[in-house]
Each structure stands twice: as structure tokens, then as C-alpha cells.
Design a protein around this ligand. Structure first.
Ligand code: TZP
Ligand code: MG
Length: 213
């Protein structure tokens, strides 16, 4: 990837909000409030026992895409490449258990962003051939992903940053505003957040707390 595209993407990752209908009571209100209060990237991640499928999922995604476009914020779809292509989303995020980064890149073409979750330096090395950014976590314990894996603080962020100076990195997992300084200092370009924003009693205040550091 060109240096300028990496730099642009790294900036967009600063405050990356991830949400699906199972993470919050009113997803449209939550996402619009978060967009108003400064999130810089959004990922639609529809997971869990009560998750929507098919037309219902698509309808929610379309509304969220419209909201993101209105605020000039990239709209990324978790896992569902077909939905991302149908909606002409800005990108896709996949984990190690999903289709390979190589395969997803073939499916989405060169222009859409591809994010890949990695849990080791080897996975990062493989992912970065095709990915625009990597997600690293869980940094802290999280209730938002049952199979999030081992909590590793910022160890892997530091290793990946040392090995790949220009690879955009986003930290994820149990992140609260007071953690952001450390995570960025250790090499991440941004932080990805579910519960600290989606479950907050005051979404606006919670989002702003991540901005005023
Ligand atoms: N991947 C690793 S941890 C995690 C995901 C999707 C959940 C992050 O959610 P929270 O609520 O910010 O800990
Ligand atoms: Mg996945």
C-alpha cells in the first residue's frame, strides 16, 4: 500500500467505534450520537444470540451507512463481505477464523479498506500483505467478545510496531479513556471501542471522554 494511503488510514483509526444491535438499546441513536461527538471510524458488527440476519440486518446496515456518510466517517462491515459489497461500504474487517485476508482482498478489490485481527507477530506478517490495518487485542479483559483470547496488554502492539513502522494498528479490548495514552504511546494509531461507548448511560459524554485526552 502507498505511504499516503497508510498515513490517511492511520488518522481515521483514532477513535474507532464498533457496534451492532446487541450492544446497545437503540443502535441508530447510539451511533448518531457517537458520530456527532467525534468517532473517526465505524464498524457494523452484528453478533450474538439476538443478532439480526438477512433483510433485517441489511436494513439496519443501510441506515447506519447513511448516517456515517452524513458525518463523513468510514463505514466498515465485520465479517460479511457480501453485505459490504452490496452496500458499497468503505471496507471489511475479518478475524483469523473468517475468510483469509488474501481471499477477502480478492473479493473487495484494491480500493476498499481491509482490517484483520491478529494475535501474533506471524499473523501480523501474513495479514499485512493484504490488509490496510491490523486490530490487536484483547489489551484488557472484555465482556464484549466471548472468545477474545488471551489478554496481552500492549505487548503485541509494541512488537508489531517495532517490526512494521508504517502499518496502521488499532488496539481493542476493554479500553477506557484512561488507557488511550498508553496504547498510543506503545505504537497504536487508534483505539477500537464497543462497550465504553455503546453501553454508556450517556453516549455523548462517553465518546467525548475519548477525545479530550
Ligand atoms: N475483539 C477483541 S476484543 C473485542 C473484539 C471485538 C471486544 C471489544 O469490546 P470492548 O467492549 O470495547 O471491550
Ligand atoms: Mg470475525
Amino acid at each position: 500500500m502507498k505511504r499516503s494511503r497508510r498515513a490517511e488510514l492511520a488518522e481515521q483509526l483514532e477513535l474507532y467505534f464498533i457496534c451492532g444491535t446487541t450492544n446497545t438499546k437503540d443502535i441508530f441513536r447510539t451511533v448518531e450520537t457517537a458520530l456527532q461527538c467525534g468517532v473517526t471510524c465505524f464498524q457494523f458488527r452484528e453478533k450474538g444470540n439476538e443478532a439480526l440476519y438477512g433483510d433485517q440486518k441489511e436494513a439496519v446496515a443501510r441506515t447506519l451507512l447513511r448516517l456515517c456518510r452524513a458525518y463523513g466517517v468510514p463505514f466498515i462491515v465485520n465479517d460479511d463481505v457480501e453485505l459490504a459489497m452490496k452496500l458499497d461500504a468503505d471496507g471489511v474487517h475479518v478475524g483469523q477464523e473468517d475468510a483469509s485476508a488474501r481471499r477477502v482482498r480478492q473479493m473487495i478489490g484494491a480500493d476498499k479498506w481491509l482490517g484483520v485481527s491478529v494475535h501474533s507477530l506471524e499473523e501480523a506478517a501474513t495479514a499485512m500483505v493484504h490488509a490496510d490495518y491490523v486490530g490487536i487485542g484483547p489489551i484488557f479483559p472484555t465482556d464484549s467478545k466471548a472468545d477474545a483470547g488471551e489478554v496481552n496488554g500492549t505487548t503485541l502492539i509494541r512488537q508489531v510496531r517495532a517490526a512494521y513502522r508504517e502499518l496502521p494498528i488499532v488496539g481493542i479490548g476493554g479500553i477506557r479513556p484512561e488507557h488511550v495514552e498508553l496504547i498510543r504511546r506503545d505504537g497504536a494509531d487508534g483505539v477500537a471501542i464497543i462497550s465504553a461507548i455503546a453501553s454508556a448511560p450517556d453516549v455523548a459524554a462517553a465518546t467525548r471522554r475519548f477525545k479530550c485526552l
